[in-house]
Ligand binder design. Structure first.
Ligand code: PRT
Ligand code: ZN
Length: 210
């Protein structure tokens, strides 16, 4: 039996479960359960916080998982990637107050930037030759400028409406992300064979969606 870790509740959950269902795999989904065994395919589903999924897959607690590339790369686990899944598309962007005079990335030198993605941001700033102070906070990043915590933020953007409603403007794109399927790198042969069967179905679903 292959163990798949997916997000318990959040922006990845519905599309992850729909993909499994479209693969013709049946399971009983109770919002109270932390795991469920599929009834017609050798798959068990674990429901976890998205941030815990790369670690669990790397450690072999789960064999495979579905997570955003933003979380995977932030945690330094991109080597687990099997393939991109085409949903939960978003970007990690830098934003400043709408009224700020912003001309180029060098305007961020010496500034305070609030983010939940310090590693992705640091790599981008290094690549751009910018030195700034990164303040790592776990949520409500978009209010940091209005409470005086930072002059800029680096956060996930999808439609852009959260930035606008907080009086911010997007100035740089740091990282492009979508959901990816990840796998433990030392799967035993029989689990690899189940993964191959699952991937065969995933590819058929993706072809049918096009
Ligand atoms: O509880 P748990 O830790 O599992 O969930 P979470 O709250 O950490 O994650 P969740 O469910 O918010 O997001 C899961 C994944 O979905 C992210 O890691 C991204 O890969 C992807 N994703 C896609 C997004 C968005 N779109 C998104 N719009 N993640 C977050 N947002 C947030 C963003 O942080 C900002 O607050 O939505 C707001 C911006 O949205 P727009 O449309 O107003 O621009
Ligand atoms: Zn999370």
């Amino acid at each position: 039996m292959l163990r798949l870790a997916i997000q318990k509740s959040g922006r990845l959950s519905d599309d992850s479960l729909n993909l499994i269902r479209e693969c013709g795999i049946s399971f009983i989904n109770s919002s109270l359960k932390l795991k469920t065994a599929c009834t017609n395919f050798p798959l068990e589903i674990l429901f976890l916080r998205d941030d815990d999924i790369p670690g669990y897959v790397a450690d072999g607690v789960a064999d495979i998982g579905i997570v955003g590339q933003n979380v995977l790369v932030e945690e330094g686990k991109q080597e687990l990637t099997v393939e991109a899944l085409g949903f939960s598309k978003c970007r990690l962007s830098l934003a400043v107050p709408k009224s700020a005079d912003y001309n180029s990335i060098s305007d961020l030198n010496g500034k305070n930037i609030a983010t939940s993605y310090p590693n992705l941001l640091q790599a981008f700033l290094d690549e751009q030759g910018v030195q700034a102070h990164i303040h790592t906070i776990s949520g409500s990043v978009e209010i940091a400028p209005s409470i005086g915590l930072a002059e800029a933020i680096c956060d996930i953007v999808s439609s852009g409406s959260t930035l606008i409603s907080n009086g911010l403007k997007e100035v740089e794109r740091v990282f492009k992300s979508e959901a990816v399927l990840i796998a433990n790198q030392e799967l035993p042969q029989e689990k690899r064979e189940i993964l191959e069967k699952l991937l065969f179905r995933v590819h058929a679903v993706q072809r049918a969606r096009k």
